[in-house]
Write a protein that binds this ligand. Sequence first.
Ligand code: AMP
Length: 479
Amino acid sequence: MTANTDADPGNVPTAFAELGLLPELLRAITEQGYSEPTPIQRQAIPPVLARRDIMGSAQTGTGKTASFALPILQLLAPHANASPSPARHPVRALILTPTRELAVQVEASFRAYGRHVPLRTAVVYGGVDMDPQIRAFHGGIEVVVATPGRLLDHVRNKTANLSRVEILVLDEADRMLDMGFLPDIKRILAQIPKQRQNLLFSATFSDDIRRLADELLNRPILIAVAPRNTAAETVTHQAYSVSGDDKRRALAHLVTSRDLRQVLVFTRTRLGANRLARGLERDGINATAIHSNRTQAEREKALADFKNGEVRVLVATDVASRGIDIEELPIVVNYELPYSPEDYVHRIGRTGRAGSSGEAISLVEPEEHKLLADIERLLKRSIPRETLALGAEREHRDTRRPRPEAHPRAEHRRGTSTAREPRHPKPSTVAADGFDFSKPYEPALAQSATEARERGNPQSVRARRSITKAVLLGGHGSK
Ligand code: AMP
């Protein structure tokens, strides 16, 4: 790969209309409600339209899907036709994604942006019946979004003919390699013409990704919308030191005291995800787990329930979280820190998307402090940390003020009575030092407490500790 950096970031178009897109695409963009292109869209659309290869460093949430979908639709638009003959609709663009969820979302984006361009699109992934996919291939499709394994099944069955592919996209290439898809990708490369345009997107650039890029890309334009391996600037980070035993109570507090309706929570293992979701359900909080051991139908249902608000807490593992796209997800909680700091970047890519603000909260037990330090090194920033002493609160709970009524919606359980007692009593919102977690957070106070600590005033330090619990439990910018 010979890097070419002739995209001048100082001279990029600032409006969609300046990007040279077709009126049909501009209309669809307006209908999507997008007022201006995101940085990756500004930088990637013109060179993709000029048929250049791209190596894009962009995490999910930056608007990268439109940065390749829009110009691909434009490049293929001259081929759009209404002929019933499958031969007039060969596969011309192939987009490979690591997960089924991401494939579904990317294909939905192609359909949304391409609604006024009569090209055919289809999504192809494993774990579901092959027949509808076979029928789609037989009928003819110009744009195929696929996970590698299932696509290869179709190639082996001779359902999919990839000999006319003009544009190849590897989306979330780093995750595809993490998931062991490299051999499959190579098999697919052997099926498509050597003369083609290649677009590679990856949130992180390991040596393996660079090797793949070297093999794949021809004089690519390098585009980085955020400094390498950094998280969205719109996300605030906060870590709470808490014992492993208290984590679930801390999380339950966070959800109920701030009346959060949509929280994405990460665990490291599938078992941990299941256990936490069950525990939260017992605490009276609708929760479900999404991980790779669940069937496709179960994963889709979990995601749909989360999106429509029936489930408040979606507990996910790193692999399953790929491709979860929920607009303006306000908060992501790391119930357990990931072993790989890059996974932290991926996790929090689910919040603070496309310019909206988000919060990343980490519950950190003593053994995890080294992982937190690794994350800080990768992000090149420190994450504020506070200690949560929920144990003391537990001892004092019954001798303090009467417990405030829980929010009625917090008691809601799918198909069960709200009067039902949870197996574990709900923790109080009043801490040992008398601080009421249910009261709203006051940023001005927090600010002055921080300043006071820096001045060495111990009384204010105590005030700050209480307030910081409220940051977790009462919330800044509480929704
Ligand atoms: P992506 O990074 O492609 O997963 O996109 C993240 C989210 O940003 C999606 O929900 C898109 O619908 C949204 N989005 C993409 N482009 C824009 C834009 N120009 N303005 C506002 N939202 C956008």
